[in-house]
Design a protein around this ligand. Sequence first.
Ligand code: NAG
Length: 257
Amino acid sequence: MSESNKTMKADEGQQQPRAQRTRLSSTHLFKVLVLVFTVVILIWTFQQPLRRGFTYRPDTNVAEGPDPLGELSVEDHNINSPNSRCSLPTTRYDIQTGKTSCYPSSGGIWLADLGPVELQYLGINRFDSTERSENQSEEDHFCHELRKFGGSWYDPKSPDDLWVGGECSELDEFEPVFSIDRQVAFPAKGGVWVLGKDKETGRYPIGMAGVRNSLTMDERSMVLERLGAVYCDDVANCHLLDDLKNEPHDLAAGQNS
Ligand SMILES: *[C@@H]1O[C@H](CO)[C@@H](O)[C@H](O)[C@H]1NC(C)=O
């Protein structure tokens, strides 16, 4: 009995410091974890895109998770973002990206991906970059013409919105506020052919390469007609172009409500 008591006491005497050691090392481990976590958060913060008005669409096809910076305010972003290192586009046609842009007075930037026949129809130089019109009413008129061909509307609030991962991205690398997807042709006889995507499948009919291969608006009209496009003889009152009656900013507001 006395021997086993001694053994127990000896054990207790040994257990005490061991427990303290365990507490000490777990505190140490906790500190290391906090440090690692802080470093990871810092790296994450500096590499994340600024999400004001639109979201960044990475080149990879990885699905986007919830916004990890969603709870941070705009002021928090500004601390990490350099001031005006980027600039918003001012081109009508950009020979590098191949995008046609317009700048409505109602706000935002409209971007469209046009082929040669559409560019020619709009009177755009197909071989060089050109700048937008400085005359805003002229620019609004151009916007109305451009938007007939569909496209995407972006609403960047500042040039810094383009600053992602340590460099300036192109506007078209971001997710637009909304897009209008349609193929349009203006035949010489007047009116307009409009082909939208199938409402159920969300796809164009098979045979769209023929649209791209068209060399003239009349060829484009013929191909769109064959693919089942709808014809309106009055362009100004074509129900398939109803979105033109509202400014992009208002269309976006209508989508959200
Ligand atoms: C701007 O364009 C409109 C329409 O094209 C034209 O009527 C107007 O005179 C122009 N204004 C200036 C200042 O050039």
